[in-house]
Each structure stands twice: as structure tokens, then as C-alpha cells.
Write a protein of this length. Structure first.
Length: 373
């Protein structure tokens, strides 16, 4: 506890400052700052050797600047949301971290892409206009008379004197947080998205300043990578990816029809490959269909064949499904352990994915059964 401090304590949705406190030449890292009543408490990384004397505090300025940008951006976005969505919009909650922030507003439905872009565009226009931000202390009566009850968007303030943050001609609120003197210092604002957190409350997630620049660079990288894969310019990416998706879906549907034909005609296609070992019928076969179709096939054959193992290489995955008596299932599990496979077991059935070529499982099981044909 200090007699005075430049460290901002956690409050109003804004995280606290961090930094360094120097006592008699020894440095202590400030990890958290919070209020207990009217007392500001500084949490240090270790117990100080002295608890009195002259102390020097050094803020982590990069963190403070990021918090100031996000807090001022919160007020700017709040004003933009009111103008785009309507006067019913009211601030319902906020969180400001150095890396990102969010603003909860009252609204009856989630926002469309166009609405988000309008809010973002309007917010950035206010930044570029370089509007002054006035910070002044006023009596509650004078503040309410001049600005109305909208000054309480951040919540009720239990004080006769209010700290008013006035973004000239845009947004006025009673606020105790850290702010910039001009909107231009916020830097670019990027709204990441919105979501409905409960009835009548929508959360806007955003970044401002350096985090916004990093986000845009990363987005450009993702766009470049996607365009490189399709070998198209950015303006053609949506059209090209849609065309690929439609073609993929068509081929998938045709493949599923083929798999359906195979499962419906399995008796004709595969029963001639059944053999007998120790007076039990056995089918060990590769048939390249998806796992769902494999399971349908073994279910249809369970009354005709005692022990079944089907493997497949489908859509880039090596998969298997088996059905049989306990001895047969144990043989398969031994083989799977050697291959390091992932599987599920239910009653007399076992199925899953292989980390090796699917034929390897067939070979191992044949060997363990003494079946070499």
C-alpha cells in the first residue's frame, strides 16, 4: 500500500496495470493492482525487505497503452452501435485486456455481417477524425443536467462527484478507467465478431491498435495461403471454393450411392470368399467403403458368417470393423496392439482406425489364426 500511485487498479472491466516497484534499489514486479474499499493494493512477486521509505514505480507502458486503446475503443464502438442499431442500445458489460476486449450491448438479436461492418466502419471514421477526448470532474447534478442518464452506461457511480469521459460529439460516460486524449491514438479498430450471450444481450469482440494490426496481418496470411492452394486471386476465392465444394459434395453423394449398392448386394459380392477354420466360417477381406458402411455390412452378415474382419482405405483413412466370438476378437485385439490402432469395442464387435496400412491387419490376423491362404 502506497500513499500515492500511478498504477491503475482493476475495475470497470479493465485489467490492472503491471510494472516494477523499486525499494532501496531492489526491484519487485507488480503482478496485480486492486482496490479494497478506498485503498489501492499492489501485489508483488515477492515479499519486500522493507515496507516503508521512498519508492519508485515504473509502469509497463506497452500494457497501459493497449488497455487505454481498448477502453477508449469501447466507448467509440458503443456510440457507433447506438447509431447503427438504434437508441435502445445500452452498454451491459465490458472487459478490456491488453490483447483484446469485448462490449456487451442490449439488442434483441445477433448482428449480421453488414451490421458489424457498419459499426466497425463508423468507429474507425471517428478514430480518423481525431476527435478530442475531454476528461473532467463534475457534480452528479450538473452532469445529469448536461448529459442525461446515458452517462451511467458503465453502471451506477456511488459518488457525488463524477469523472466524465467525453468523446466530443460522440459519447459521454461516467468512467474511472484509463483513456487517451484523442481518438486518433486508438489506432485501427477491428471487430472480430458477435454472439448472443443471453436473451437481449449481444457481445461484440474486438481489438484495437497493435493487436488489430497483428490480426489483419494474420488474416492476410490466411487469405494468401487459401488463394495459393486454389491458385486464384482473392476476389475469386469465394467463387472457386464454392465450386470445389459443390463438386466434392456431388462426388461424395455418388460414392455413398455406390457404397449403398455394395452393402445391399454384399451376398453376391463377397460370400464366395468365405472359408472355414476350426468348424467356423471366416471372412477376412478388404473392401474400400467408409466405416459406417463397413458396420452395416458386418451386421448384415452376422447370421451367415461366424467371424468377420473387414478392412478399408477410405477417404485417406485406414479403418476396420470386425464381428465374431471372443477368441476371434482377442486375436484381433492382439494384432491391433502391435499396430498401435485406436478402436472401440461393443459386445462381440470391434471397429476403429489404423495407424498402418489396412492390409497389415489382415496379414497379422491371418498369421495368428494360422490361415495362410
Amino acid at each position: 500500500v502506497l500513499d500515492r500511485t500511478a498504477f491503475y487498479p482493476r475495475g470497470g472491466g479493465e485489467e490492472s496495470d503491471t510494472g516494477i516497484i523499486i525499494i532501496d534499489g531492489e526491484k519487485y514486479r507488480v503482478t496485480n493492482v486492486f482496490k479494497v474499499g478506498n485503498v489501492i493494493v499492489h501485489e508483488l512477486d515477492k515479499k519486500p525487505s522493507r515496507t516503508s521509505g521512498k519508492i519508485k514505480g515504473i509502469l509497463d507502458w506497452n500494457r497501459r497503452l493497449a488497455l487505454m486503446r481498448h477502453h477508449t475503443a469501447t466507448h467509440i464502438i458503443n456510440g457507433a452501435a447506438q447509431r447503427v442499431l438504434g437508441p435502445h442500445v445500452w452498454q451491459m458489460g465490458t472487459e478490456k485486456k491488453p490483447e483484446k476486449a469485448h462490449l456487451d450491448i442490449s439488442h434483441y438479436k445477433n448482428l449480421s455481417f453488414d451490421e458489424l461492418k457498419k459499426i466497425e466502419e463508423l468507429a474507425n471514421a471517428i478514430v480518423l477524425e481525431n476527435r478530442p477526448i475531454h476528461i473532467q470532474f463534475m457534480s452528479r447534478t450538473d452532469a445529469e443536467r448536461k448529459f442525461g442518464v446515458r452517462i451511467y452506461q458503465g453502471g451506477a457511480v456511488p459518488s457525488a462527484t463524477l469523472r466524465i469521459i467525453n468523446i466530443e460529439g460522440w459519447d459521454v460516460e461516467a468512467c474511472g478507467g484509463t483513456h487517451l486524449p484523442q481518438t486518433i491514438l486508438v489506432g485501427p479498430i477491428k471487430i472480430l465478431g458477435s454472439k448472443k450471450i443471453h436473451d437481449g444481450v449481444i457481445r461484440l469482440e474486438f481489438v484495437a491498435g497493435e493487436p488489430a494490426i497483428k490480426y489483419m496481418i494474420l488474416s492476410d496470411k490466411h487469405l494468401y495461403d487459401a488463394c495459393s492452394i486454389f491458385r486464384v486471386q482473392p476476389e475469386k476465392l469465394a467463387e472457386t471454393s464454392k465450386r470445389f465444394f459443390v463438386e466434392w459434395k456431388r462426388q461424395r453423394d455418388e460414392l455413398q450411392k455406390l457404397w449403398g449398392f455394395i452393402s445391399n448386394n454384399i451376398d453376391k459380392l463377397i460370400l464366395d470368399k468365405v472359408t472355414k477354420i476350426q468348424n467356423k466360417t471366416l471372412l477376412l477381406e478388404r473392401i474400400d467403403v467408409d466405416l459406417k458402411t463397413l458396420l452395416i455390412i458386418i451386421s448384415r452378415l452376422k447370421d451367415k458368417i461366424d467371424n468377420i474382419l473387414l478392412v478399408s482405405t477410405s477417404l485417406g483413412e485406414n479403418i476396420f470393423a470386425a464381428l465374431g466370438d471372443q477368441y476371434f476378437i482377442e486375436i484381433i485385439k492382439e494384432a491391433l496392439a502391435q499396430l498401435g490402432a485406436q478402436y472401440k469395442e461393443t459386445k462381440n464387435r470391434i471397429f476403429g482406425k489404423l495407424n498402418a496400412p489396412s492390409n497389415n491387419l489382415l496379414t497379422l490376423v491371418r498369421k495368428k489364426l494360422g490361415y495362410t491362404t
